[in-house]
Design a protein around this ligand. Structure first.
Ligand SMILES: [Zn+2]
Length: 254
């Protein structure tokens, strides 16, 4: 059993996770309620992905789920959570990937896509096309001059390179989000924060924001319940659109 503790990005509350090797599909246990990370259990997608069942809510699951996607772990893990939100740790999936390294990969044959799928909202689009193998293209466009247009292409061999890309945000949005009860746990230790002209802390890599967006997409795509081979293209993605795609993909699982 592996134990990891930290604070939640949005709640600021300390939460402890215990990763137990257990037969059966990957699942969460929160307050004696167990549920699988599936799109049917998504309760909210504003600023983070929230899962839950029967009155239990678990916020900001996406980076842990991205690590499960990258490690190809679908079975043999029970994730016991003591609080309302998965710890943000350093804002990336790096520590989750390390924590999961003692669990075996449990690959499932990727499901083929029978047809192209598209979900969109405003200028945001997520596409999935039938293909022989998994690949991902993600683009973002922000007016901030230190971000602008960015794109990242991710063949399967490059997925683990996304894991260290951190959550990012803007100093100009801080007060508004805090006043809505969000990002109570945000700091320069767990996010790349952009001031009006420059980042307040150094980026870890080139194009860290789009790499983090790709990481978020993998976490939300995990909610389809099984892997898919296909060409995935995400333009200005959001948790809502990612989850909408996972809902179209998810076979009837509980
Ligand atoms: Zn994220």
């Amino acid at each position: 059993m592996i134990e990891i503790a930290g604070i939640g990005l949005h709640t600021g509350q300390k939460t402890t996770l215990r990763l137990h090797p257990e037969p059966g599909p990957v699942r969460f246990r929160v307050q004696n309620t167990e549920f699988r990370p599936l799109s049917t259990h998504v309760l909210d997608t504003a600023r983070c992905t929230v899962l839950g069942l029967g009155g239990v809510r678990l916020m900001t699951v996406e980076h842990l789920l991205a690590a499960l996607f990258i490690r190809d772990i679908w079975e043999g893990l029970l994730i016991e959570v003591s609080g309302p939100e998965i710890p943000i740790l350093d804002g990336s999936a790096k520590e989750w990937l390390e924590a999961l390294s003692s669990f075996a990969s449990t690959p499932i044959p990727p499901q083929p896509l029978e047809t192209s799928l598209r979900v969109e909202e405003g200028r945001s689009t997520v596409l999935a096309h039938p293909a022989q193998a998994f690949s991902l293209l993600v683009t973002i466009a922000f007016s901030h001059r230190k971000i602008g247009y960015q794109q990242v292409e991710c063949p399967p061999t490059a997925l683990s390179e996304l894991a260290s890309a951190r959550t990012f945000g803007f100093l100009s949005e801080l007060d508004a989000l805090r006043s809505r009860g969000l990002i109570q746990g945000a700091s320069l230790q767990n996010a790349l924060v952009f001031g009006d002209t420059e980042p307040l802390n150094p980026p870890r890599m080139l194009q860290e924001p789009v790499r983090h967006k790709a990481l978020d997409f993998l976490g939300d795509l995990y909610l389809a319940g099984v892997p898919y081979c296909g060409r995935f293209i995400v333009h200005r993605g959001s948790h809502r659109l990612h989850v909408d795609l996972a809902k179209l993909l998810q076979p009837p699982l509980t």
